[in-house]
Design a protein around this ligand. Structure first.
Ligand code: F7E
Length: 320
């Protein structure tokens, strides 16, 4: 029988790739979108895909209950969030409400409507903060010491998922995803900001690119590979928590180097540091150990860091 999926945050980078994947697998895909005063562009990533969208909000439990009744999904993917870490310092209360209370609202709505629905939660490597195991990796046993309102909220969401699984026997799964990028990434996240900036400099449209901390290090994968992991892990018989990562870490400086080199430029001639992009507390280093999902579910990324950057550069070169 045809399966039905409901995705919160469907209009985002991951929501759009996950929708494509599920449609290709024969799912009927529904998504929740929030009311926006400028509706144009809101659905730019999902236009024409054949998804049914519903107005709703993670902070409006009535809307969640109504949508669950209308859609009657087999699987719910909670990708909706205030997803920008630096902005979470500016809007901490909104971030905590959406990213933590929102998870509770969704879980409680699912539990009351049909506790057999499988629920995926977009948990994040930001939950680890600056804790790294002795071997230089983070894994699900690594203590969580978040360094941002965003990270604090995600820890709450993560724990609520585990609690609902233990208390009510619900099929609740956390994907602890490390950073994942693509041409569809918002251009105020560092990878796409660098790529877009480098392409604009290459085309003579600007002279410099101002960034924040160049020494932070991230484990960057491709969103398309990571939404594949979401579907795999949610459909494993035993509900559990999984780390999804490449296992490679690079600094922002290295990201600049690779991107500018693709365009035959030296980033040192164009990149400047502007403290306005610093965070009150920085997360210095991320590198995930994803051996469990690789060994048990056979997941592995198809993109390399280089092929991902190349795709992003090609995308912006066409667009700018
Ligand atoms: O920053 C540094 C910045 O904003 C990465 C989200 O998807 O991944 C993402 O969070 C690093 C940080 O991503 C600029 O200080 C330097 O160290 O691209 P980002 P993020 O904060 O790591 C996690 C896993 C999530 O869950 C989040 O939802 O880059 N950086 N200069 C800069 N960052 C930005 N945005 N802009 C700069 O100019």
């Amino acid at each position: 029988m045809r399966k039905t999926a409901l995705i919160t945050g469907v209009a985002g980078q991951d929501g759009s790739y996950l929708s494509e994947l599920l449609i290709s697998k024969g799912y009927d895909v529904h998504g929740i979108v929030r009311r926006n005063s400028v509706p144009e562009n809101q659905d730019s990533r999902i236009k024409g895909m054949g998804i049914t969208t519903h107005y709703g909000d993670l902070l409006d439990p009535y809307s969640l209950t109504r949508i669950l009744q209308e859609v009657n999904p087999d699987e719910v993917y909670n990708l909706g969030a205030q997803s920008h870490v630096r902005i979470s310092f500016d809007v901490p209360s909104f971030t905590i409400q959406t990213n933590a209370l929102g998870v509770l609202n969704l879980l409680e709505a699912v539990r009351q409507f049909n506790p057999k629905i499988k629920v995926y939660q977009a948990s994040s490597s930001e939950m680890f903060g600056n804790t790294v195991d002795e071997d230089g990796y983070q894994r699900k046993t690594t203590p969580m010491n978040p360094t941002s309102p965003y990270g604090c909220a995600k820890v709450m969401g993560y724990n609520l998922m585990r609690h609902y699984r233990a208390a009510y026997g619900m099929h609740c799964c956390n994907g602890i995803l490390f950073n994942h990028e693509s041409p569809r990434r918002g251009s105020n996240f560092v990878t796409n900001k660098i790529v877009k900036g480098a392409v604009e400099i290459h085309k003579g449209l600007r002279n410099e690119l101002a960034l924040g901390n160049l020494d932070a290090s991230r484990d960057w994968g491709h969103s398309k590979d990571y939404v594949r992991a979401m579907h795999m892990l949610l459909n494993n018989e035993e509900p559990s928590d999984w780390v999804v990562a490449t296992g490679e870490s690079r600094t922002i400086r290295q990201m600049c180097e690779t991107t500018f080199a693709h365009l035959d430029m030296d980033y040192r001639e164009y990149v400047t540091v502007d403290p306005q992009y610093f965070r009150p507390q920085e997360l210095d280093f991320l590198r995930g150990d994803s051996s469990e999902i690789r060994e048990k579910l056979g997941w592995k990324p198809e993109y390399t860091f280089e092929s991902m950057v190349e795709e992003m550069v090609d995308h912006w070169s066409e667009l700018v």
